[in-house]
Structures are given as structure tokens and as C-alpha cells.
Design a protein around this ligand. Structure first.
Ligand SMILES: C[S@@+](CC[C@H](N)C(=O)[O-])C[C@H]1O[C@@H](n2cnc3c(N)ncnc32)[C@H](O)[C@@H]1O
Length: 338
């Protein structure tokens, strides 16, 4: 009786069928292996690719969900054994093969352990107790819901999701782009000419938009205000692309960091390596500063093409939980309560 093919032989046979573009045969081989080892990561990855080549997206999605879980389990086992570098490398490789949110979140859990950005925002509200909070980019309202009375929350999004949650504090949501919101001073019709004590910039994830948002926010802040950027530490180049893709999307927001460091050395800028994609806290604002507005084109020309390697350089000094703590945040804002 013939001996059944072992795992390695099946993988080689599958690869040979793929090379010959014999997709149904390749699919059969990988299915055979997956029958005995349902979470074999490479067999799942190849099966997804073959299903894609066959236009069988249902199978690709079904196995994809399972495959991501298997990659994450394998990475978590490595991380628990103290091999976080290998765990992260494994997930980066998996993301190259199959870019998806589950894998990105798995990677974030390993590279940016500790409290998430939600927790940091909640700490900011608690420590600052801002009179006014501005949020650019509402989506489902999860971060907007972190504000507490007596803060007055003002938020803007051209397409906030509906229904938004019940908010604990007085909240006005403006359905508009941030540019229109500032150009038309929309909030003053509703709440008067108040300045923003705390602002969270999390709208359109393009560098030039984030820069414009910061210019506008700073102009309507006080020297004691705090501005926070989301998505300043995208963990893989795919997440940092300017076009929204299959993966978690940070866009090229991160370019705001080298840009502010270059043009505004007077600002205090602290980035916290919190999952899933970093949070940057800016203080020492100067509402009268015209530097960024006057040099906007120069800033976009200079940093618009900045390479992702600049993020990697920042990340290399930030992995692990050391700086992801409440103390780092409180030190960044320099005070608790006004
Ligand atoms: C990442 S989501 C915000 C997530 C939310 N802050 C949270 O953490 O729960 C980004 C939001 O920005 C909004 N957005 C897109 N373009 C915008 C613009 N020009 N001005 C303001 N918001 C914008 C999108 O509609 C989307 O809801």
C-alpha cells in the first residue's frame, strides 16, 4: 500500500500545481492537508491565494478568518515564551501574504502592549477636565463618548455613523468636513466663541489635512490647551498608505511628527506607543503662530514624500510597554486638572 504524502510533500505538490496554474488541483491538495491540520498557517495562506485566483472569494474569506486566528495564536505563543521579536516578524510576514485587520490587531497587541488609546483619552479627560473638547472624526462616537460633564463636546465629521451612542455630557455633532467647520466657524453659532481646551484630531488621515486641522485647532486653542493626534505610529507600511486599503488605515498622518518637529521646535510633542497605532500629545501651543499657515506649501513639499523608514526609526525605540503608561501621559501634559 502506498504511504500517504506527508505535510512537506503536500505543500510542494500544491506549489507545483500553482506554478502550473492548475488551481483546482492545488486547491484539492491544500484542502487535503487542511483536513488533517485545519490551522496549518502556510496551507491556509496558499489556499486563500488559490481561492483568490479561482475567483472563489467566499472560500478565501472563510479560510482567511480562520488563518488570521492561527497566525495570531502562533505569534502569541512565541511572545509568551519571551520571543516578541519573532512573534512580530511572523505577523508582519502574515500581513504581507494576507493584509487584514485581525492580523494588524494581533501585531499591535505584541508591539504596543498595555493600555489602548481609548484608555489614554479617558485619562486625558479625567486629568484635564477640559471646559471644551473638540473631536475631528467621530465615526461611531466611541472616543467622543469618553468626555465627562461638565465638559462641552463639539465634534465634526462629514459622515458620522448613526445612531451615535448616548453621551454623558452636552455634545454637539456637526455634519461637515473639518475644513468647512473652521472656514464657517460652525460651532460659534451654537456655543459662542469659546476656545478648545482639549482637541483630538482623528478625521481624514492625509498628512496635508492633518496639518491643516492642526493649524485651525491651534488658532482656536489657548496656550494651555492640549492637542492629540491619533495614528502616528502605523506598524506596517501598508497601514501608512495614503489610499484606504484592506488593512487597518492610518494613512500618512505620521508625517505631522517630523513636520512639527522641524517647523515648530517651540511645541512639546510626546508620542505614546499605545495600540493600535500610537497617540501623540502636543502642548505649548501658540494660537498666534503663523509659521505653519505661511509655510504650508513648503511643509507639504518637504514632508509629503517622507519615507516610511522614518516611522520604523521611531518605532524601534518605542516597542514594549515602557512608555505606554499613565505617567508618560501626565508628564506630557505637565499637569492634572486646571
Ligand atoms: C478613524 S474615524 C474616527 C474614529 C473615532 N475618533 C474613534 O476613535 O472612535 C475617522 C472619521 O473621520 C471622518 N472624516 C473623513 N474625512 C473628514 C474630514 N474632512 N473632516 C472631518 N472628519 C472626516 C470619517 O467620516 C470617519 O468617521
Amino acid at each position: 500500500m502506498e504511504k500517504p504524502l506527508d505535510e512537506q510533500q503536500l505543500m510542494s505538490l500544491g506549489a507545483a500545481f500553482e506554478q502550473a496554474e492548475m488551481w483546482p488541483r492545488a486547491a484539492q491538495i491544500y484542502d487535503l492537508l487542511l483536513e488533517s491540520q485545519p490551522t496549518h498557517p502556510l496551507a491556509m495562506a496558499r489556499r486563500i491565494l488559490v481561492a483568490g485566483r479561482q475567483g472563489d472569494f467566499e472560500t478565501a474569506l472563510r479560510i482567511g478568518a480562520r488563518a488570521s486566528g492561527a497566525w495570531c495564536d502562533a505569534a502569541n505563543t512565541l511572545a509568551a515564551a519571551g520571543r516578541a521579536d519573532q512573534a512580530a516578524a511572523l505577523l508582519r510576514r502574515a500581513i504581507e501574504i494576507d493584509p487584514n485587520l485581525v492580523l494588524y490587531e494581533g501585531l499591535a497587541g505584541i508591539e504596543l502592549p498595555g493600555p489602548s488609546y481609548y484608555q489614554h483619552l479617558a485619562w486625558l479627560h479625567e486629568a484635564l477636565q477640559p471646559r471644551t473638547y473638540l473631536e475631528i472624526g467621530v465615526w461611531y462616537g466611541q472616543t467622543l463618548a469618553l468626555a465627562r460633564p461638565p465638559t462641552l463636546s463639539i465634534a465634526v465629521d462629514p459622515e458620522p455613523k448613526s445612531p451615535l451612542p448616548a453621551f454623558a455630557t452636552e455634545t454637539r455633532v456637526f455634519t461637515a468636513t473639518s475644513d468647512a467647520f473652521f472656514a464657517e466657524s460652525l460651532w460659534t453659532h451654537a456655543v459662542g466663541p469659546r476656545r478648545f481646551d482639549l482637541s483630538f484630531i482623528d478625521g481624514l488621515h492625509r498628512f496635508e489635512q492633518v496639518l491643516r486641522d492642526f493649524i485651525n485647532v491651534e488658532r482656536h486653542s489657548t496656550p494651555d490647551s492640549v492637542v492629540v493626534f491619533h495614528d502616528t505610529l502605523p506598524l506596517v507600511p501598508l497601514a501608512a498608505e495614503r489610499e484606504i486599503g484592506a488593512l487597518f488605515w492610518c494613512g500618512d498622518v505620521w508625517k505631522i511628527l517630523p513636520c512639527l518637529e522641524h517647523f515648530r521646535p517651540d511645541l512639546r510633542i510626546v508620542t505614546i506607543p499605545t495600540a493600535p497605532s500610537g497617540l501623540t500629545v502636543v502642548t505649548g501651543l501658540d494660537p498666534a503662530s503663523l509659521v505653519l499657515a505661511e509655510r504650508f506649501d513648503e511643509a507639504v513639499a518637504r514632508f509629503g514624500q517622507a519615507p516610511y523608514a522614518m516611522v520604523e526609526a521611531r518605532l524601534s525605540g518605542m516597542r514594549g510597554a515602557q512608555q505606554n503608561r499613565r505617567e508618560t501621559l501626565i508628564e506630557a501634559i505637565g499637569r492634572v486638572r486646571r
